[in-house]
Design a protein around this ligand. Structure first.
Ligand code: ATP
Ligand code: MG
Ligand code: MG
Ligand code: MG
Length: 440
């Protein structure tokens, strides 16, 4: 992409309404524009990152055998009356009336709708286990939308739902989701710690939240510092490997880690030696729930079991805050000059800066490098404007692409360009071919 033909409305001024770094940087880097409190347009650069985050979520869900689909944003109120949540959900639910005076709502979550789909089409234990998921916009009329996409009112969520015959099967689904989530967050360059949590309006017996440590996080967290040494890494775990999934849950959840809702000071002191006790803040980027027959029972989602009895299915639901993740990633990856994208989610792999636009040698070299990067499968943002070098660097640093190739007449005389890492700031001179090979 040539910047001269792109739409990247970067802001020079720091927007006064933004209180935290990620919100400030997303506005300054031209990633989002507020349409109304907690409701954002995703401008081209923001859209690219959102799509990459979403893609990782899809890949990791499908790696574990979870099946993608898409449910609507608008739901009929009847379904929620059946589960009893229509009145219970309160003012966070955006209620809508259509022209025929039917009560509708903009979905804040989809337990009811997926249970309705399930009961319409599944009636035998032979069709289990089943996990369906989608990535869809949600609306929650938050009291205090703030921090940009971190606490929006409209936000993108991956929500998945498992249906199982027995408690043991549902427990495996829970563990399997924990495994997939650990992998998902690490691929985005984040450490998200599973913490025992309260179930809230979803309800249920067992639940963990995934928290990214950050000073600006809205949750207070208490944990054993040993947890931060754990890495999931590149383990390959088969979705049907019950023991393997259970062992991961054990490894990642046996040490003390709780949010302020479930924190128990006495247990903390008893279980964790003083020098390892940490009190900090975190951003909730996901949550997994097991809630048994909470929805299947009232809504009649049953299957015939091997003995011929009709039984309600065991369910769980599992959410990832896709749009919130962009905020969390930036909170964890930025400096005073701007964003520093982890390679896994960067909107472009490399930025190409022409120090002397209009100079025939520099322009030709840039065109060739741009083409070679494209051929190597790398998305490139070519800063082909007339700005001074300093301004071009500032824009590139602000939008945070992991690599920059700088091309100027002086280097070209020696046959070299400069390759710079955004994270370390280190630069190296090399031939254009070497730079392309290094990144490919
Ligand atoms: P929070 O405690 O932050 O209000 P929640 O517990 O109400 O979140 P869940 O129902 O667990 O949210 O939804 C799954 C995920 O969706 C959350 O872990 C979070 O990452 C994301 N999410 C929830 N509410 C918002 C919001 N208002 N804006 C952006 N993302 C959100
Ligand atoms: Mg909430
Ligand atoms: Mg929460
Ligand atoms: Mg939650």
């Amino acid at each position: 992409m040539r910047l001269s033909r792109y739409f990247l409305p970067v802001l020079k001024e720091t927007p006064s309404e933004a209180q935290i770094a990620s919100h400030r940087l997303m506005l300054r880097a031209g990633m989002i524009k507020q349409a109304s409190a907690g409701i954002y347009s995703w401008l081209p650069l923001g859209w690219r990152v959102l799509k990459r985050v979403e893609q990782i979520v899809h890949e990791e869900q499908q790696r574990m055998g979870h099946i993608p689909m898409l449910m609507p944003t608008i739901q009929p109120a009847d379904l929620w009356q059946e589960s009893g949540r229509y009145n219970a959900y309160g003012p966070e639910m955006l209620r809508i009336r259509d022209r025929h005076d039917r009560d509708m709502l903009f979905g804040p979550t989809n337990e009811e709708m997926i249970t309705d789909i399930f009961r319409a089409h599944v009636s035998s234990y032979r069709d289990l286990p089943l996990t369906l998921y989608h990535v869809q916009w949600k609306f929650r009329d938050e009291v205090r939308p703030r921090f940009g996409v971190m606490r929006g009112r409209e936000f993108l969520m991956k929500d998945g739902y498992n249906f199982d015959l027995t408690y043991e099967d549902a427990l495996h689904a829970y563990n399997r989701h924990l495994v997939s989530y650990l992998r998902t967050y690490e691929r985005m360059g984040l450490q998200a710690i599973p913490m025992r949590a309260e179930s809230g309006p979803i309800g249920g017996d067992d639940t963990h939240e995934f928290l990214v440590l950050a000073e600006t996080g809205e949750s207070g967290v208490f944990y054993d510092s040993e947890i931060t040494d754990l890495r999931f890494g590149d383990r390959q775990i088969d979705p049907d490997d019950r023991e393997g999934c259970r062992a991961v849950l054990e490894e990642f959840t046996s040490r003390y880690a709780r949010t302020d809702d479930t924190h128990d000071a006495a247990a903390f002191e008893a279980q964790v030696p003083e020098e390892r006790r940490r009190e900090a803040r975190g951003i909730e980027v996901g949550q997994i729930f097991y809630f048994g027959t909470k929805y299947s029972e009232p809504m009649g989602a049953t299957v015939v079991d091997p003995e011929g009895n009709r039984v309600p299915v065991h369910m769980g639901s599992h959410g990832i805050g896709v749009s919130r993740l962009l905020g969390a990633i930036i909170e964890a990856n930025h400096d005073e000059r701007g964003i520093i994208w982890p390679e896994g989610v960067t909107p472009f792999h490399v930025g190409l800066v022409n120090l002397k636009q209009g100079d025939a040698t520099a322009d030709t070299a840039c065109d060739q490098i741009y083409a070679a990067l494209g051929q190597a499968g790398l998305d490139t943002l070519y800063h082909d404007g007339d700005d001074r070098a300093g301004a071009k660097f500032a824009t590139m640093d602000l939008i945070g692409l992991p690599w920059r190739i700088t091309v100027g007449p002086r280097g070209l005389e020696k046959g070299v360009v400069e390759l710079t890492s955004r994270r370390t700031g280190e630069s190296e001179e090399m031939t254009p071919e070497q730079a392309v090979t290094r990144l490919a």
